[in-house]
Design a protein around this ligand. Structure first.
Ligand SMILES: Cc1ncc(COP(=O)(O)O)c(C=O)c1O
Length: 379
């Protein structure tokens, strides 16, 4: 490390490392995808800007505000407040932190009621915030049981969580009912739409799954541009119905030009906002509708192929996630991995899980299904 190495050699090392990464075309386990080319261009142009100190980067800050405006419009509240986070994890942590600040809750006693299917980022949030999670069971279709949620609420409950697009099965909770429950109980409701936020609004009939600010009980929403939004990593969105709620996170940051901060990270990349701005402006609703419609057609193709093999689905796909019961799913997953296919497994019930992202094309599906047949013949 004493002497530097010439650029050419380093670039070769970087190339070598990049080549060892798994190409997206072999990955059916990820909720991220190849970003849109315009997002990559914007990311490169803004990689040096720091939104932790927005008054030094007013241009980048204006792009972030525009992103929140576009995301708010998508979620039926153009006036929503919020900021571009690093992803669903940060958004979920911050939403629960907001609820705790608003209730001025005693951290030793406070609890949050959420579905059993909620992402593990809520466990991180609970550890950090010193609150207890009360997980409500799911029904046969793997949606949360709202009566069970109601029973778990007590005087120390500070928030409810619902999921629009669960990580494992892509299911959408009955959020309209949960919104009513939140209103009845006077509780803050956070909706985790990290995955579903860029899918549900672009389905053929989005009104089947109402999940966002059009429901009066919903106070905050997590929605990730770096998943189905086609932006670069890391790009998440955290949106609030009321600006005052976000202000509950305000921390004094005197050495910075802006003096206050709401975000969890201090220094944070402006490239995320620029990339998200660029891709959302460029695709428009029409562009996203096209992408989602193709993903849903490919989801159906994969579903039909696996059913034709005599396999049993866990649920009929709601979003672009396909789950099927197979004997010894872990072993099947490992065998597929030996053939350079990357899928994941679910726990309850155990199943093979495949996410049909935009890079999972028809051709990818046909090649994957052919190899899966070989694996199942020998397992
Ligand atoms: C529903 C849901 N919420 C939150 C997250 C966490 O997102 P991230 O990995 O971007 O922090 C995920 C990730 O897959 C998710 O599926």
């Amino acid at each position: 490390m004493e002497r530097g190495v010439e650029e050419e050699r380093i670039l070769e090392e970087l190339e070598d490392a990049a080549r060892r990464n798994i190409p997206y075309g072999r990955v059916l386990s990820s909720m991220c995808t190849v970003p849109h080319p315009i997002a990559l261009k914007a990311c490169k142009r803004f990689i040096v800007s720091n939104l932790g100190d927005p008054k030094l980067f007013p241009g980048t800050a204006s792009l972030e505000r525009a992103c929140i405006g576009m995301l708010g419009e998508l979620l039926h509240l153009p006036s929503a407040s919020g900021y571009i986070t690093t992803g669903g994890t940060e958004s979920n942590i911050q939403a629960l932190r907001t609820a705790r600040q608003l209730k001025k809750a005693d951290p030793g006693r406070a609890n949050i009621v959420l579905p059993e299917s909620a992402h593990y980022s809520f466990d991180k949030a609970a550890q950090m915030l010193g609150v207890t999670l009360r997980r409500a069971p799911l029904d046969d279709e793997l949606k949360v049981n709202v009566d069970a949620m109601r029973e778990l609420i007590d005087r120390d409950t500070i928030a409810l969580v619902a999921v629009a697009g669960t990580t494992e099965f892509g299911q959408v909770d009955p959020i309209e009912e949960i919104s009513g429950l939140a209103q009845d109980e006077g509780l803050f409701l956070h909706v985790d739409a990290a995955f579903g936020g860029f899918v549900i609004p672009f389905l053929e009939d989005p009104s089947r799954y109402r999940f966002d600010f059009e429901l009066p009980g919903v106070m905050s929403v997590a929605i990730d541009p770096h998943k189905m939004g086609m932006s670069t990593i890391p790009s998440g969105g955290l949106l609030y119905r009321e600006e005052g709620h976000m202000r509950a996170l305000e921390i004094s940051a005197q050495y910075l030009t802006s003096q206050v901060q709401f975000s969890l990270a201090g220094t944070r990349s402006g490239a995320s906002a620029a990339a998200t701005y660029a891709v959302m402006r460029h695709l428009g609703r029409e562009g996203y509708r096209r992408i989602v419609s193709e993903c849903m057609a490919n989801t159906k193709l994969l579903y039909d192929r696996l059913k034709a093999m005599g396999l049993e689905p866990v649920i009929k796909p709601v979003l672009n996630i396909v789950t099927f019961k197979v004997p010894d799913a872990q072993r099947v997953r490992k065998r597929l991995c030996d053939m350079n296919w990357y899928v994941s497994t679910t726990s309850r019930p155990e199943a093979l899980r495949m996410v049909v992202m935009p890079h999972v094309t028809r051709e990818v599906i046909e090649a994957y299904v052919a190899d899966l047949k070989k694996v199942l013949d020998v397992v």
